[in-house]
Design a protein around this ligand. Structure first.
Ligand SMILES: [Zn+2]
Length: 222
């Protein structure tokens, strides 16, 4: 007798049931009642981000699978990446794991990053792939482009746009070249070249990196 296994076409949406089932399978296999994202990443067949998108948080997914919920604060990828970019902007260079643990510049410690991504290197890789996600990035840009005449873009640039602007400007001031990497007192800001209040859009071409003193000087001239 032959057995045929049903393999769903790749475009078929993954059922919540399948996701929950995989959590339970791993809990049974490892004989544990608690599964962190890092453990799931090693043993599971789906992405942790799929669970978070589907159930809101990792803990919600654990709850549905009747597994032990961790007491840890469950940060979303966006919150983790937002904090990472804030540190990057303050330092003017790629943060190390030690930087993330500096309470003066980081609001989230390295532990949630490790639970979510396993290692610091992996965290940086995931961050870069998130901010460089061209599909989303260009889709967003073209939306903003279409909206030029009618709908105004948000005043605050998205995480992706902020990173693109800072990276393009080498994490230094576009006017005087100051960089926090050389002088930690320097505070970088994202500036609208044509003021948002005067119709300037929040898009790469109209954004630049300025240090706080050049930004102040610029607004005095406006
Ligand atoms: Zn400057």
């Amino acid at each position: 007798m032959e057995y045929f296994e049903y393999s769903p076409p790749s475009n078929e949406p993954l059922s919540s049931h399948k996701l929950i089932e995989d959590l339970q399978i791993i809990a049974n296999k490892l004989n544990v009642t608690k599964i962190t994202q890092s453990i799931y990443t090693q043993h599971g067949q789906y992405n942790c981000s799929t669970y978070i998108r589907r159930f809101g948080t990792w803990n919600n997914a654990l709850e549905k699978a009747k597994l032990t919920i961790s007491n840890f604060v469950d940060y979303s990828d966006e919150q983790l990446f937002e904090n990472l970019l804030n540190i990057w902007q303050k330092l003017g260079k790629q943060p190390t794991r030690r930087d993330v643990n500096r309470k003066s510049i980081s609001t989230i410690s390295s532990s949630p990053y490790h639970r979510r991504f396993g290692t610091w290197t992996n965290t940086l890789k995931e961050f870069i792939s998130y901010v460089n996600d061209k599909e989303v990035f260009f889709a967003r840009n073209s939306l903003e482009f279409q909206s030029n005449s009618a709908i105004k873009t948000n005043r605050d640039p998205s995480l992706r746009i902020r990173y693109q602007v800072l990276k393009r400007d080498n994490f230094s001031c576009s006017i005087c070249g100051a960089s926090p990497a050389k002088n930690p007192a320097i505070n970088l800001q994202i500036d609208h070249i044509k003021a948002w209040s005067k119709g300037g859009q929040t898009e790469l071409i109209n954004l630049q990196t300025l240090c706080s003193s050049c930004n102040l000087g610029k607004s005095n001239l406006d």
